[in-house]
Design a protein around this ligand. Structure first.
Ligand SMILES: [Zn+2]
Length: 114
């Protein structure tokens, strides 16, 4: 994987996530106002559930943003495309699909089953 290609892909991914986060935080604020009005009525449980769903999505996006930033940092330090666990090269095909990959497929599987 060419670093320039990876940098472009990661920058685009970063912009997309930042945009989604901004959009969600605006949407969440608007929903909170609505939720406050609902709480004055009877629908506490629904409003709370919606708050939790939003927070889950925001947490996921923040985690993705961290992964993208970490990948950009690896490009800067010259360790991009190398598995952070076993030190093997991560296949190009995986990096093309998931430019922020920090691990080869085998190590990623281990990580997820930990
Ligand atoms: Zn590995």
């Amino acid at each position: 994987m060419e670093l320039a290609v990876a940098t472009t892909a990661l920058s685009a991914e970063r912009a997309r996530i930042a945009h989604d986060l901004e959009w969600l935080s605006i949407g969440t604020r608007r929903d909170r106002d609505g939720a406050d009005r609902l709480r004055a009525g009877s629908d506490d449980a629904v409003a709370t559930l919606e708050d939790e769903l939003d927070e889950g999505v925001v947490d996921d996006l923040r985690a993705n943003l961290d992964e993208v930033d970490a990948a950009l940092a690896r490009i800067a330090t010259g360790s991009y495309g190398v598995c952070v666990d076993c030190g093997q090269a991560i296949p190009d095909k995986r990096l093309t699909t998931l430019p922020a990959s920090a691990r080869c497929i085998a190590c990623q599987r281990k990580q997820e089953h930990r």
